[in-house]
Design a binder for this molecule. Sequence first.
Ligand code: PLP
Length: 339
Amino acid sequence: MRQNIEWQELGFKYMQTDCFVRADFKDGKWGALQVSDKPEMQIHIASTCFHYGQACFEGLKAFTQVNGDIRIFRPEQNARRMEKTARRLMMQPVPEELFLEAVNLVVKKNLDYVPPYGTGASLYIRPLLIGSSPYVGVHPSDDYIFLVLCIPVGPYYKNGFYPVKAIVQEGYDRAAPRGVGNVKAAGNYAAGMLGDFEGKEKGYPISLYLDSATHSLIDEFGTSNFLAITKDNKYVTPDSTSILGSITNDSLQTIARDFGMEVEKRHIPVTELSEFTEVGACGTAAVLTPVYSITHGEKIYTFGKECEAGHTLTRLFKQMQGIQYGEIEDKHDWMMKLR
Ligand SMILES: Cc1ncc(COP(=O)(O)O)c(C=O)c1O
């Protein structure tokens, strides 16, 4: 049962909720969804998820809307992305219907943890797929565990929609051009931790990665996609084989087109940073983080004002949040109603 939660004070920390849901792939088929109220589970010590990184996840959110409905933002997109990831890592894909059923069920079973409308908070949903068969030789697992947990998370911008400083990561690459950077493999995040951590220690909350083949093109930030606004108000975002297809970015592009803006998905040389009027980082957690400056070696590129987000990014952000909270018409049918 829910304790008194200070919704506005929540960060992005694990909190035990009433339960999580789980389905097992065994003997060549998916079993029924089960609900478990214990956050621990038994798993074989030789499971492929531990030894060979057969582990992947997703992240999406449910929102209480202005009319009291609880809706989930574009869950079918996460289902499809997890399927793509599973195939790339030779894991058993979760059927879209099972994914949607599990996401729906975890929210329904944790209604006490869905933040109320007006708090700026939301329910973060975390699907996870892991290989659970014991193999000591490198081999794809036969059995899999698919589980979905959720946690309430606070408003990302408690003190306003302020820009942050970023740094180009020069010490490490995040993903290879034909590697697994375009899927949500758990190991990608271990690969990025050291660079992101070192950047934070130097005072840069987010790190920007360049393509690892030439180090001349912009790929993405550590855990979010890159987007920029040009002087003639175009929305520009990188085309690269080593970045994650962000569902937030896709949605913001649609909103930008709705606003009559041109959208360009193309190679972006890092030197082009001097041409942009606004830069943002986008992803499920924050929707959009305005970036004030990007440090690249000796060079510092700046965009707009240090303590104020640019006009276009603010407009895109507000439109997206308005749709998520049911304040603006959901004309693209993004918000899935709880079944
Ligand atoms: C590496 C990376 N890029 C981009 C994103 C943003 O994707 P989405 O908008 O689907 O959350 C994320 C977060 O999921 C991420 O981890």
